[in-house]
Design a protein around this ligand. Structure first.
Ligand SMILES: O=c1ccn([C@@H]2O[C@H](COP(=O)(O)O)[C@@H](O)[C@H]2O)c(=O)[nH]1
Length: 239
């Protein structure tokens, strides 16, 4: 199995993230840099992680007018990140513009779109005027994302099997909200365990606090890898 794990470096400073980074191995995982770390440290954080051999998912979830988002996606891709994302709710024209700028410049950075945040449940969606279950809204935004030619979506693992059925294995399903049995749910609503997520068809599992806040992060990571290997054995046995 090529490592499907993406560790979310939700640290305040590069300096506090580096001890964990030094313990990790680029063959075992990719790294996700999000709003907090990037806002404080900027491109130098990407450079430091690239120098250590990691592929980076720059998770800034761009959501603005097409011209602005395309320029931001271009800027991210120029820094050599493996993956970048936008909000699908920004709409078809915005996603087209982002796709187009990468294609015109021959940039291979994966471009994906956030459907419904994993911290949202049906009640939370209703509060913002979306009166359909999360899974329906995910499928609606994923269809738009697919039509706009993006490489995949951010969704919860709970929607992964429906997405696999409609769009196939190649369309990326990047799933945060992963909670192993030993971890707390925190602010996540639509959660699954690593094994369940793998079996449901997640192509990449984003994991933050269950590893980064664990008393022994490397032991937590090893337990997750063991669970994934077991899930893979089961799924191979089923074929
Ligand atoms: O729908 C989404 C989109 C992004 N995230 C990000 O993933 C990680 C999850 O961290 P945990 O500590 O494992 O909860 C975090 O960086 C979020 O910004 C998400 O959770 N849900």
């Amino acid at each position: 199995m090529t490592a499907p794990l993406i560790i979310a470096l939700d640290h305040a400073h590069l300096e506090t993230a580096l001890p964990l980074v030094e313990a990790l191995d680029p063959r075992r995982c990719r790294l996700k840099v999000g709003k907090e770390l990037f806002t404080r440290e900027g491109p130098k954080a990407l450079q430091a992680l690239h120098e250590r051999g990691f592929e980076i998912f720059l998770d800034l979830k761009f959501h603005d007018i097409p011209n602005t988002v395309a320029a931001a996606v271009h800027a991210a891709a120029e820094q050599g990140v493996w993956m970048v994302n936008v909000h699908a709710a920004g709409g078809r024209a915005m996603m087209h513009a982002a796709r187009d700028v990468l294609d015109r410049h021959g940039l291979k950075t994966r471009l994906i779109a956030v459907t419904v945040l994993t911290s949202m449940d049906d009640a939370g969606l209703a509060e913002i005027g979306v009166n359909s279950p999360a899974v329906d809204q995910v499928m609606r935004l994923a269809q738009l994302t697919h039509d706009a030619g993006l490489d995949g979506v951010v969704c919860s693992a709970r929607e992964a099997s429906a997405l696999r059925d409609r769009f196939g294995q190649e369309f990326l399903k990047v799933t945060p909200g992963i909670r192993p049995g030993f971890a707390q749910q925190d602010d996540q609503q639509r959660v699954m365990t690593p094994g369940q997520a793998f079996q449901a068809g997640s192509t990449h599992l984003v994991i933050g606090r269950p590893v980064t806040r664990a008393e022994e992060p490397m032991a937590a990571l090893a337990a997750i890898e063991k669970e994934l290997a077991e899930a893979e054995r089961v799924s191979l046995g089923e074929r």
